[in-house]
Design a protein around this ligand. Structure first.
Ligand code: RAM
Length: 360
């Protein structure tokens, strides 16, 4: 084998096995030549809040889906923060929100490229675990953002807002719009998505309150964060449930497609739609009376916080344990909560009064 092909074969081996093993087999060492014992020792390391933020790092972002405007905004926020901190940014990711195998490959690619940290929005809670653990064994810090994996498969999760808050407030928003009465459905993203499934569980829990006794959740449909599929699912819901009074879509792709369908149909303004959308996608549906109110956080801020968390982890300011604190630049101080969760803050509710104040 020529030297370059040996190098390539070794790099590929490193991505799927342990780098230590690959380094031995290939007769060399890598900067991430860490044994399993060292890796677990690293996770027991103590945080040093006074540590200097390291520069010259490489931070990789791996969203659920690259051609989704929500992730374009989130990752732009990440990119700006990584660059401001003197490090290099890269983004890789699948174009479909249901390409779990693709996401696993991208984790392996980032590991193989020996990035210092990766920020990942998981399509599926368990599927990425082996690959992410492999990354952590090789001394790569793993931050999930937007959609989490299992807690032992990453160092920290940067959450957009309290999951409980999001689930409950979406039901409250719809209930107000339909007068606490009638059938409604949920139009979600992928069936495996950790974030949407967590919010839906809280929605179901919220519905147990007797004040919702006249509201009935008839179906959870999945549009897979695909515009066309989400549009068709909305159409299908209205055919199947002609008395439907409302839809909650906790996905920016789903709510936009549902609004598009409703706005061109006889249901416009009659079937209420709420959930999570971006102001720029939803402005016209607020203005034309299809949608009264919906909510979201600022995706760019979420990406920024993920980037700052990644760099703080690599620098040793935090290790991901509950109670540790760090300063995320101008965003201020954050404290790591239970299970390594860092929460961005409260979501914003958008309606015709405030929607023009936002541009994302
Ligand atoms: C979609 C994705 C993302 C989710 C937003 C609200 O863009 O499913 O994971 O957080 O909607």
């Amino acid at each position: 084998m020529r030297k370059s092909s040996v190098r390539r074969a070794c790099a590929a081996l490193a991505a799927v096995t342990s780098l230590t093993l690959a380094a031995t087999a290939c007769g060399g060492t890598t900067k991430k030549d860490v044994s399993e014992e060292n890796a677990s020792a690293a996770s027991d390391a103590k945080a040093n809040p006074d540590a200097e933020l390291k520069k010259g790092l490489t931070v990789g972002f791996l969203p659920k889906q690259v051609n989704n405007p929500y992730f374009t905004s989130a990752d732009k926020g990440g990119e700006a923060a990584v660059k401001e901190l003197g490090s290099s940014y890269k983004e890789v990711g699948p174009s479909s929100a249901t390409d779990t195998a693709g996401q696993v490959n991208y984790v392996n690619t980032l590991t193989q490229q020996q990035v210092d940290a990766m920020a990942v929005s998981a399509q599926d809670p368990g599927a990425l675990c082996t690959a992410l653990k492999q990354a952590m064994k090789n001394d790569i810090k793993v931050v999930t953002y937007d959609s989490d994996t299992k807690t032992d498969c990453r160092n920290a999760f940067v959450s957009q807002a309290g999951a409980e808050d999001l689930g409950r407030t979406e039901v409250q928003l719809l209930a107000e719009q339909i007068g606490y009465k009638g059938e409604f459905a949920i139009l979600s993203a992928a069936q495996t998505a950790t974030n949407q499934n967590t919010w839906i569980d809280f929605m179901k829990d919220e519905l147990k309150d007797p004040k919702y006794k006249d509201m009935k959740l008839v179906k959870v449909a999945y549009g897979d964060d695909d515009a066309q599929k989400s549009f068709q699912q909305t159409q299908g819901l209205l055919q199947e449930y002609p008395d439907l009074k409302g839809i909650i879509s906790p996905t920016t792709v789903g709510i936009k497609a549902a609004a598009q369908y409703l706005s061109g149909s006889k249901y416009k303004g009659k079937v209420k739609l709420t959930g999570l959308g971006t102001p720029n996608d939803m402005r016209k549906y607020i203005k034309n009376g299809t949608v009264d109110a919906f909510e979201l956080w600022d995706p760019a801020k979420l990406g920024e916080l993920a980037a700052r968390t990644a760099v703080a982890l690599v620098s040793g300011q935090i290790t991901g344990k509950e109670g540790e604190t760090f300063t995320a630049g101008d965003m201020g101080e954050y404290t790591i909560g239970k299970d390594g969760v860092i929460s961005l803050g409260k979501p914003t509710v958008f309606d015709e009064k405030n929607i023009d104040q936002f541009d994302f």
